[in-house]
Design a protein. Sequence first.
Length: 315
Amino acid sequence: MAARRIGFCLVEGYAMMSTAAAMEPLRAANLFSDRPLYEILPLSVAGGPVRSSLPAAIETRSLEAAGSDFDMVFVVAGGEPLRIRDRALYAWLRRMDRLGVTLGGISGGSAVLARAGLMDNRRFTVHWHHLDELRAMSDGFALERRLYVIDRDRYTCAGGTAPLDMMHAMISAEHGAGFARRISDWFIQTEIRVAEAPQQASIAARYGPLPRAVSEALELMESHIADPLELGQIAALVGLSPRQLQRQFAGAVGMSVIRAYRDIRLGTARELLLTSRIRIGEIAQMTGFATQAAFSEAYRQRYDEAPRQARDARL
């Protein structure tokens, strides 16, 4: 299997810490694997060295020379990303989107994607410094004040050390929680923060002491809202059989894996209903429901009211 080709498009003044926190886990994954898992390509519009927030630069390949054969592309930006008016960058990112390339934003990179019109109907986050300005641009943005958000083909995080946690979630989903934990240990990342870390307590604080596999399963659920994993996938990724996971989960949390997963997704849907103007059908899609009718029925069972009632009560 070929290594996944991941581009990091660096905007002048990008934060070196955020960039390293995103790239280093992928380098470590290659180190711990018996084959290359990720090909890391630093990019920029013009190519050549691009200065960071420190007196240092990373050598990059130009977008024109890089071609279009990517599995994922992250935009890394700092400073004032909403002031960027680079038509060539926007056009290239839109082309990647049309080709089905997964896009991500790190720190202010999410704002660049939003300005390019690539975050519509996607949950996302950005560095807190840019939150208010982005919200003022459009009340249609599904902005969340979270550490990172993975919504289908969009991966965004708040910058700083948050990329470490987002990459842990990505590597866990692709290669298993045990493999991802080896990488976290390598970087002495003794606590893996969940996506909701800025707004909510950790999983341990919310649920109490948990078996390792149950905690890892909850982390996977909270980072896969729009594209729910199946029970068998979750069990395999945490290193248990479905029956073993169900037994541990019921004993620790008091409900089934699927019930807990649905409650997590419905909680995200409720937050979107109460804090945005996104259409209910789109919220259903963003939280992993096949149809609006299925979402409405599940929501009514969970909250004893229809989604429309919840939104109307807010207005």
